[in-house]
Design a protein around this ligand. Sequence first.
Ligand code: KG4
Ligand code: ZN
Length: 339
Amino acid sequence: MLILGVESSCDETGIALYDSDAGLLSHALHSQVAMHAEYGGVVPELASRDHIRRVVPLLRSTLENAGKSLADIDAVAYTRGPGLSGALLVGCAFAEALAVAIDKPTIPVHHLEGHLLSPLLSKTPPTFPFVALLVSGGHTQLMKVTGVGEYELLGETLDDAAGEAFDKSAKLLGLPYPGGALLSRLAETGTPGVYELPRPMLHSADLNFSFSGLKTAVLTLVREQGEAPLDEAFRANAARAFQEAIVEVLVKKSLKAMKQTGLKQLVVAGGVGANKQLRSTLDEEAKRKRFRVYYPELEFCTDNGAMIALAGCLRLQSGTPAKPAGAFAVQPRWPLMGA
Ligand code: KG4
Ligand code: ZN
């Protein structure tokens, strides 16, 4: 069974071909980051227009690289939500129209389910059940994953997502959008312990998070520097302090979730899962506490078509029927538990 995956929920156009026997055959991605950087954030209208421009050439190169033609595709999976409505509509309209043209069904996929299942694209994938720490630009959740479509929310952020906190703090430190990865690189050059930032909800009894106070603490630190341009050492030390704080909270809450569920596998998914300090701290703790941590390949941490094709394929295999092509709707707001 050959599944075409289409991702267009935000600022990346992703196309992939996933074969139920052979695995991922090929995938192609176009990131709009450079286009949005000029505006300091994603401009939804520009995102939609760019998806329109990219989607057909990306489909062509994906097919070509896999040595496949449209006739080989058995079903078209695409991100139905959550995300930007205009951007979602482009991918959805494209996928549904293509499916009508090749007379094949479609599989609308939840974007977060794609992230959750993305470590299964690795050479050494986890097995069910596992705990998932989903840390992206829009979401921060701890989830118990028992099987495909069997997700129990253990805890989530009450305000900003982890990626959002990274991006907002990066902006305060003068880094361009999206600053998460840049802040992390800057933090590597900083000295730990120069500044002490709050660890929000670190000791709360639940598995929820809150990051807006941390961002405000960075703002306060920046304001204390006065009007002059921020010097390099301050920026690096502040970035370090921010990263230390957010990583500690993410790690402690993940450990709590492992203890609470008694499971032995932790999956980290979403863009912040690319963070080196988060990875090394979790790896150390896993060794001490005797559980295993799985990360998606770096290229599948951020948005991509491969995770959508995979999620579509696994949904079909686990009994969710594909739907006839043609009729469609997007769901910009869509809780994963109802998917
Ligand atoms: O999963 P993703 O592509 O987006 C959503 O679906 O929301 O994640 C993007 C987020 C951005 O906030 C970005 O700054 C952050 O992931 N990110 C990082 C790193 N690489 C990407 N945050 C911290 N450290 C990184 N190395
Ligand atoms: Zn995402």
